[in-house]
Design a protein around this ligand. Structure first.
Ligand code: B3K
Ligand code: ZN
Length: 889
């Protein structure tokens, strides 16, 4: 295995200006003719041309039309005797590959009889020999030839310039991409597809054709994706002045895909999960995910495609920025400010439950990593979600308008280039010369270079004699692998102060001469700084890190009374929600750390009453209520502990949930009745929130019925399951029965399968619900094994594999961490089996045991053994090898 290091970057020895690709598509043997114009890069010493290739059969190499000598060095094709000088020359390479045997789903592969490609990060080398690196940008002309009957639709990037018939029932299509691009953005699709089409006129008056391609039976599930695309185009023009730069923009859905979607220039390829939706088959969450993934891939058209990455270490340049953009897009689509806050809370929840653990574990890496073995392992929540938080902090430091100006500067300077994270930060700073970002830029960039989640400790001291409140902020960051010492970060801290009744107090510092009510932003740069607020008649309740203004852990020794005040009154919805989470977390930790038997009722009256008040609150949104009433996840609770007994964590959280179910029984009945009717299905934030809250109410009522033995609510739930007018309500009802372990669940599950046996994405939900169900006496693992021998299970399909295996190993800690180690044994079997044909999916699964060092015995020792068992295999992919090696280090 070779380690790739950021510091070793050198410019390419050759440039590829144009590429003409011709494909004769055949699942068993596809022939690829690749004609390139190259020239030497005069800026680097003369050297051989080394082209990347993988799983290719090489038939012929011609230089300027004549045969030439070449050799292989590992996977690279090496050409030593090329024409001297800086004149361009032509290189022709003829290869074949076998798409139907491509189980990795990287390069050219077949899914349900249709050809697809996936090239990012390094898949293009599985199609032809090439300089497979993002800083080589070329113009592409692509000719596709295939059997017309089997592959009536032939697509590639750019514009269709020619099509026609060939002999033997074959036909062809020729595509020219008007934009230069790195090869990771190349795509082709060939198969039997139908398209929903929409013509739009942009602000500047140009016409564009938007198309969403799916399999013939799926047309009735394309409206939402198309609407999301139309909204994305409009948003990028309105907010950033970035227009669609193509005559035609295509999205194609495939059911075999390693991740969510891919932003190939003008020809996005999507996992069906992020395209197909109608009210009968998709939940509100699906609708929201489709909106943000369609937006995300579309926004890459500028942030990623027009300006791309110099090398893969700069991945967050496009990913962090584009996640930030899709988050803002979804927020801007919300009509009500409260819905924006809900979206922010959901995004922070992802960051804290997935990225914070990554940052504290063996795979911790900076937003801009320094080295990797397999780049596919670095498409992480750190690069994506923490990267987005770093961009968000830039916006906080320069303001919304300043940020738009910075984006403008970035494109003015770098359009058509392959650049670095430094280039982006510099553009932002230069467009805002008077900002804190410009002043603090080198220090700010530690967010790119230092891994680990900073801790922000706040301590408040009120002095009645001076009527002042001194708030001391101290930052620290624990060592991460390879980085033992951390320098202070630039941390924007948004602060408000409340009085004991919850009213907003004016904030006045010695040097802020105007007192001002509401949120003030302070930028912490030192290890420790003290803010002294004056003119305060009593000790205030501080609301710190409003809106989650920085991706840090905030430690403040709040009293319960303070938290209850914040929960009841804070004007900042994020901190209002956060106060409830802190109260719940405190009770959970107390119960987990108590000696001896677990308390049956971990919650106290104050907490229960506070939850009741939120649930019954006349002014709060249903969506916000649902978030507040949701207890911190087992993963999040576990992260707060030094030593984790997953069974104890699970038992405590379940006990808390059951107590909440029983103590608020009548309130849940009210919540269900008051929100159940939503009229015709619309996936807007308001009705989505109502459905979420009714779904939660049903789960709570079924849990309460478990304790009381009453058949009433399980019966009503089954009825709702049967009568539901949309998938959200139907699935929530089914889930309530499954989660509460009610006997009616098996009947409902069977019926659900019967109803949706031809809907792959719905079946994924059916599998996932069962694999993710709360464990009762170790019953989930046997159920998982049964699901894997179900006729509808297919390990080769990533969505299906994830719906069972990942739902169990990564999303069901209470069932996965078994004292008999059977969960871990199962995990290692799956990692090994998957790795033999799809290393990317296997490597994702391999990360399920990242946090094994935190586990209590016997889990810790048996988890280690399971990882060692995987690591001991001689036949491992680089992907899995890197993950397990780092895990054991
Ligand atoms: N850029 C792709 C991810 C490619 C993953 C390669 N292993 C999707 C996205 O982030 O938009
Ligand atoms: Zn992306």
């Amino acid at each position: 295995t070779t380690v790739v290091r950021r510091e070793d970057y050198t410019a390419p020895a050759y440039w590829i200006d144009t590429v003409e690709l011709s494909f004769d598509l055949d699942p068993a043997k596809t022939r690829v003719l690749n004609k390139m114009r190259l020239r030497r890069n005069a800026d680097v010493p003369a050297q051989a041309l080394r082209l990347d290739g993988e799983d290719l059969n090489l038939a012929r190499v011609l230089v300027n039309g004549a045969g030439c000598s070449f050799r292989m060095d590992g996977n690279q094709l090496v050409l030593e005797s090329l024409p001297e000088g800086s004149e361009p020359f032509e290189l022709e390479i003829f290869t074949t590959c076998a798409p139907e045997k491509n189980t990795q789903l990287m390069g050219l592969y077949v899914s349900q009889g249709t050809f697809f490609t996936q090239c990012e990060a390094e898949g293009f080398r599985r199609i032809t020999y090439f300089l497979d690196r993002p800083d080589v940008m070329a113009s592409y002309t692509v000719t596709l030839r295939a059997d017309k009957k089997k592959y009536p639709v032939l697509l590639s990037n750019g514009n269709l310039v020619e099509e026609g018939e060939l002999a033997d029932g074959r036909h062809f299509a020729k595509w020219v991409d008007p934009h230069k691009k790195p090869c990771y953005l190349f795509a082709l699709v060939a198969g039997e597809l139908v398209a929903r089409e929409q013509r739009i006129v942009s602000r500047s008056g140009t016409e564009h054709l938007l198309q969403v391609f799916v399999r013939p039976g799926d047309m009735d599930k394309t409206e939402h994706a198309m609407n999301s695309l139309i909204a994305s185009v409009a948003w990028d023009e309105a907010r950033f002045g970035l227009p669609l730069d193509l005559e035609r923009f295509m999205i194609v859905a495939t059911s075999d895909f390693n991740m969510g979607a891919m932003e190939n220039k003008g020809l996005n390829i999507f996992n069906t999960k992020y395209v197909l939706a109608n009210s009968a088959t998709a939940t509100d969450t699906d609708f929201a995910n489709i909106e943000s993934v369609v937006g995300h891939e579309y926004f890459h058209n500028w942030t990623g495609n027009r300006v791309t990455c110099r090398d893969w270490f700069q991945l967050s340049l496009k990913e962090g920025l584009t996640v930030f953009r899709d988050q803002e897009f979804s927020m801007d689509l919300c009509a009500e400010p409260s819905a924006r806050a809900v979206k922010r809370i959901e995004d922070v929840r992802v960051l804290r439950t997935a990225q914070f653990p990554e940052d504290a574990g063996p795979m911790a890496h900076p937003v801009r990593p320094d080295s990797y073995v397999e780049i596919n392992n670095f498409y992480t929540v750190t690069v994506y979600e923490k990267g987005a938080e770093v961009v968000r902090m830039m916006q906080t430091l320069v303001g919304r308008e300043g940020f738009a100006a910075g984006m403008k500067q970035y494109f003015a300077r770098h359009d058509g280039q392959a650049v670095t994270c430094d280039d982006f930060a510099q553009s932002m700073a230069d467009a805002n010369p008077a900002s804190d970002l410009a002043r603090l830029l080198p220090q700010f960039k530690r967010w790119y270079s230092q891994a680990g989640t900073p801790r922000l400790k706040a301590q408040g001291v009120y002095d009645s004699s001076t009527r002042s409140y001194a708030l001391t902020l101290t930052q620290s960051c624990a060592p991460t692998p390879g980085q033992s010492v951390k320098e202070p970060f630039v941390i924007p801290v948004a602060i408000g102060l409340l009085d004991a009744q919850g009213g907003e107090l004016p904030l006045q510092l010695a040097h802020w001469n105007q007192p001002e009510a509401g949120t003030r932003s302070f930028v912490l740069t030192q290890e420790s700084e003290t803010l002294t607020f004056v003119n305060l008649d009593a000790e205030p309740v501080p609301s710190i890190l409003r809106g989650f203004s920085a991706p840090v852990v905030l430690d403040f020794d709040y009293s319960d009374a303070h938290l209850l005040t914040l929960l009841a009154h804070d004007v900042d919805p994020f901190n209002r929600w956060e106060a409830g989470q802190r109260l719940a977390l405190r009770l959970a930790l107390k119960a987990i750390q108590s000696e001896g038997a677990l308390p049956a009722e971990p919650l106290d009256m104050a907490f229960i009453e506070a939850m009741r008040a939120v649930l019954r609150h006349p002014a709060l949104d249903a969506a916000f209520k649902e978030l507040v009433l949701t207890l911190p996840s087992e993963t999040y609770i576990s992260e707060q502990l030094d030593v984790v007994d997953p069974q104890r964590v699970h038992a405590v959280r379940e006990a808390m949930r059951e107590q909440l179910a029983q103590a608020l029984h009548d309130d849940w009945v009210w919540a269900f009745e008051a929100h159940r009717d939503n009229g015709a299905y619309r996936p807007d934030p308001l009705s989505t929130g109502r459905r979420a809250l009714t779904g939660m109410a049903l789960t709570m009522l079924c849990l309460a019925a478990r304790a009381s033995g009453s058949p009433v609510w399980p019966g009503k739930t089954l009825q709702r399951f049967k009568d539901a007018g949309n998938m959200t309500d139907r699935f929530n009802a089914l889930s309530a029965l499954v989660v509460s372990g009610h006997p009616l669940a098996s009947d409902a599950l069977a019926r659900f399968h019967q109803l949706f046996r031809n809907e792959a994405l719905v079946l994924d939900k059916w599998f996932a619900l069962q694999a993710g169900a709360p464990d009762r006496g170790g019953d989930v693992l046997p159920a998982v094994r049964r699901l894997m021998s179900h006729a509808d299970f297919n390990l080769k399909n990533p969505n299906r594999a994830r719906s069972v295996i990942f739902s169990y190993c990564s999303a069901n800690p209470g069932a996965f961490h078994r004292a008999d180690a059977a969960g871990y044994q199962f995990w290692s079997d799956c990692v090994i089996e998957l790795d033999a044909f799809n290393p990317q999916v296997a490597a994702r699964l391999a990360r399920a045991l990242d946090r094994w060092k935190k586990l209590a015995e016997p889990y810790r020792a048996t988890a280690r053994e399971a990882i060692a068992r995987v690591a001991a295999r001689t036949q491992l992919s680089n992907d899995v090898r890197e993950v397990v090696t780092r895990s054991l280090a």
